[in-house]
Structure formats: structure tokens, C-alpha cells
Ligand binder design. Sequence first.
Ligand code: MLT
Length: 408
Amino acid sequence: MIRANENYLKLKASYLFSDIANRVNTFQKEHPDAQVIRLGIGDVTKPLTPELIKGFHDGVEEMAHEETFKGYGPEQGYAFLREVIAKQDYQALGADVSADEIFVSDGAKCDTGNFQELFAQDVVVAIPDPVYPAYLDTNVMAGRTGAYEDGRYKGVVYLDCVKENRFLPKLPDRDVDLIYLCFPNNPTGSTATKADLKVWVDYAIENKALILFDAAYEAFIRDSDLPRSIYEIEGARKVAVEFRSYSKTAGFTGTRCGFTVVPKACMIYTQAGEAISLHDMWHRRQGTKFNGVSYPVQKATFAAYTEQGQAQIKQRIDYYLNNAAVICQAMDDLGFEYVGGKNSPYVWVDGDGRDSWDFFDLLLNKAQVVCTPGAGFGRCGQQYIRISAFNSLENVELAMSRLKEALQ
Ligand code: MLT
């Protein structure tokens, strides 16, 4: 008899963003004339920039000729891409990361989801609340949690991120082995200073723990004091893995590319206490289960690092940041408290006592605007909604004027 992995039965019926898409589709069927504006899932709307498209075309052209055709690529990604990442994303910040510590992949969702495979079943996992659901769900699937009760899985150490702590997780009051952090944060848009991150790095060093640091929104940082990488913090190379994505940085949600940095100094331990290279383990895992990102996509990604490519993607990000400012202004006008929207494309809005799914339904029904209910990210999101800045300026302005009409 083929038996199920019953850990899947502990999960909520569908993934948060599938759930929202279904609700919106039902609404749209019932109201075919409604002009729904989607500020829910963080999905970019602007096309790839000319420099990136040129890189893409060049890659496709090379695939068309016997002399330049490429079959399977190098396991960790092409050296031309890994070298430019190491140089421009890390060494330029003074962060000690080399090209052979970078693993190019098809995005941060897969990597943050897959990485937990390397850890023992009984490691204690600390997860912020609210949180990007993939971190938690993949640990549930792996059987690292108990049942779901009262909005939380048993066995997980939740790190509450609330107004009182500036939406920054505090050190747990019990020992943990694996810590998920994401800055600029999804969903709250909060940011962490170097001092905030140092607390976690020091904790991980002292406790032989590991930090999985999701920096998917690093390109939205405009405040020069904020760290863009965990490796700007002393000691992080020993205890942190960093995930990056081109989805929001370069408009690659449909193109798919990202990378993970696993420093060679990062160790993981057997039950007997023997240290093992985490880099070697991830390399082994990827070699077995992943065949790389397509050559044209890696060429397009490389183009994001040229002078023109950098200028063009910065312009795109500035555009979305301006949308975020429009959302923040509307929240100020409406008198809602919020966080985010400055070094982040997300604005986390306190619904002033409203239940987040009720607030979601109200905005959909009265303003035809889609947001993301905070409860979908965890119990601490119960009274919040997340508004995403990924849409056209025209749509964001229209959505905000509809919101004002619906709520004033
Ligand atoms: C989000 O809206 O949180 C993200 O777009 C989802 C993702 O990156 O997978």
C-alpha cells in the first residue's frame, strides 16, 4: 500500500497565495465588470529592462549555433555570473564571499524551502510570526512540527514580531538550532540594522545554531546605514546562509533566477558533535536534485550587473518604491498605523481592530482592491493587512482613492 506523508495533512488546505487567488477569481466571476486591482501577491508588473532582454536574446542566439550551443551547465551556475555576484553584491560591501560559495538557482522560494532537508528531524526551529509561509510549511512537510492548534504548529518556536518590538524578532527564551530571518522583511517591510543582526549572529555562534537569512528584498534598501547582507556582520560566515532572488530586483518573477550563498566556513554537526561542511552538503544535494538555471536566463541575469543593467533595474525599483510612498501617504490620510514602505515594497497596515480576512473581504467587495490578509502570515498578523507596491502607479493611485472612498 502506498502511504502518504501524513505531515501534509497538518497543513492548511492550500498555500496562502493560492487561497487568495481562488477568492479573487470567485469574486471576479460573480462581478465580471469589476476592475479588480491586485496589490496582494508581490508580483512585478513592469517588463524586463532593455539591457536584460538583450542579454536574454544573446543567450538564445548562442543556443542556436553549434559552436556556441550549451548543454548542461556547471552545477553551481556559470562562473561569469557567480564571479560578478561575488564582486558586486558582496566584495563591494566589504563582505567576504567568493564565487565558489554561490549556488545559482531558480529562486529563493525553492532554496529557502529545500534547504531544511539538510537538517536533522529534531532540530528546534525558530520562525518569526508573521512570516513568509514557505519557511514554515516546508518544515511542517518534513515532519519537524506537531499539529496545528490555535493558529500555530506545536514544536515550533515562534518569534513574535509586533509593534512593541518594532516588528523585529527577539532572541528566544529557549535554545533553538535553526533560525529564519528575512530583511527587509516580508510581510512587514521592517528593516534590521547591523546591531540588530549582530545579536542573532552572536547567538548563533554561541549556540552552534544556523541562520537562514532571506535577503530577497535587499535591492529596495535606500538607507545607506542598513545592511544589505548578513555577511556585513562579523562572524556571519560561520553561521549564516543567505538567499537572494532576482524576482523583485530585476523583474524575474516569471523568468526565475536567484542564488544562495553557503560559505565554506559554515559548519553543521553530527549527533556525535563532528563538524561537517554545510557547503559540501548543499553541493551534494543540488548535484543530485537540481540541473541548473537555463543559459539564456543566466545571461539575462548577468546583464543586470552591467552599468546600464544596474541603472535600469534601479529605475524599476525606484518606481515601485514611489508606489509604496503613495500607499503610505494614503494610510497617513486615512489615519492607519503602518510599518514598511520605505526600504521595502510592502506596507503592513494595522487594521485598527478589524480581523484581517474581514478587512481583505471588505476591500475586495467595496473597493475591488486585493491585499494580503495578515493572518495568512501567522497569528501576529491577525489584525493586519499587507499592501504590495507592485503594480502600475496609475493602478496604485486608483486603488488608494477607492480605499479612501470605501473607508472614510
Ligand atoms: C509575496 O507576495 O510574499 C511574494 O511575492 C511571494 C513569493 O515571493 O513567493
